[in-house]
Ligand binder design. Structure first.
Ligand code: COA
Length: 210
C-alpha cells in the first residue's frame, strides 16, 4: 500500500473552495481529513470542524508523516498560487490523490490527473483527459475527447464541448459554454457566463468581446 494508504488528507487553503471540497471529501469512505493549512487562519481554529494545523511551512513535516495533500486554494482568474503550492508539494515528495465526488460521473474512458478534484454533479465524459491540480467544479460538464491541461479550473456549471482544449492554467468562469473544438490558451481567463466560439489567446482575459 502506498504511503497514501490511510488517505490522511491535508487541505492546503482554508477558504470557500476548501469548504466546498470538504463537503465532497466527507461523502467518500477513502479519505480522512487530517487538517488544513492556511497562513490567514490561527492554528487550532476549525474549518467545518477540521483543525487548522498552521501554514505551508508545515508541509515538509507533514510529508514525512505520510500525509497526502489537496490544494484547496480557490481560483477565480489566474491560478499562480495553486500552481506554486502543487509544485512545492511534489518537490517535497508529497502525494496528491484524485478526489471524485460520488455524485459526479467520470467515464471509465476518461482520465483524471493527480491532485484534481471533480465536484458534485460534474460530468467528465468518454475520452476526456483532465490534467493535474485541476478543479472540475460543481455541475461542470467536460464533454467527450476534451483535453484539460494541468492547473485548470472549470468553474461551476461551465460546459466544455467535445474536443475542446484547455491549455495549462486556463480558467473558465461559471456558466461558460465552449463550442466544440475550441482552444483556450495557456493561463487565459474566460469570464463567467461567456460563450466561446473561437480560440482564446494564451494569457488573455476574454469576456465575450472577441
Ligand atoms: C473575467 C473576470 C475575471 C474579470 O474580472 P475583473 O478583472 O475584476 O474585471 P472587471 O469586473 O473590472 O470588468 C472589466 C470589464 O469587463 C466586463 N466583464 C467582466 N466580466 C465579464 C463577464 N463575465 N461577462 C461580460 N463582461 C464582463 C465588465 O463589465 C467590465 O466592463 P467595462 O470595462 O465596460 O466596465 C470576472 O468578471 C469573472 O468573470 N470572474 C469569474 C467569476 C466566476 O466564474 N467565479 C466562479 C467561481 S466557482
Amino acid at each position: 500500500m502506498s504511503k497514501c494508504g490511510q488517505m490522511q488528507l491535508v487541505l492546503v487553503g482554508g477558504g470557500g473552495h476548501c469548504r466546498a471540497c470538504l463537503d465532497v471529501i466527507e461523502r467518500q469512505d477513502g479519505f480522512a481529513v487530517a487538517g488544513i493549512l492556511d497562513p490567514a487562519l490561527r492554528p487550532g481554529e476549525r474549518v467545518l470542524g477540521y483543525p487548522v494545523l498552521g501554514d505551508d511551512g508545515r508541509l515538509p513535516s507533514l510529508v514525512k508523516e505520510g500525509r497526502c495533500f489537496l490544494v484547496t486554494v480557490g481560483q477565480t482568474g489566474a491560478g499562480a498560487l495553486r500552481q506554486e503550492l502543487f509544485a512545492r508539494i511534489l518537490s517535497l515528495g508529497g502525494e496528491a490523490p484524485v478526489v471524485i465526488s460520488p455524485l459526479a460521473y467520470v467515464s471509465p474512458h476518461a482520465s483524471i490527473g493527480a491532485g484534481t478534484i471533480v465536484m458534485h454533479h460534474a460530468i467528465v465524459n468518454a475520452g476526456a483527459t483532465v490534467g493535474r491540480n485541476c478543479i472540475v467544479n460543481t455541475r461542470a460538464l467536460v464533454e467527450h475527447d476534451v483535453v484539460v491541461g494541468d492547473h485548470c479550473h472549470v468553474a461551476t456549471g461551465a460546459v466544455v464541448n467535445g474536443g475542446a482544449v484547455l491549455e495549462e492554467g486556463a480558467f473558465l468562469g461559471s456558466g461558460v459554454v465552449c463550442r466544440q473544438g475550441v482552444r483556450i490558451g495557456k493561463e487565459s481567463v474566460v469570464g463567467c457566463g461567456v460563450t466561446v466560439l473561437r480560440d482564446v489567446a494564451p494569457g488573455s482575459v476574454f469576456v465575450g468581446r472577441q
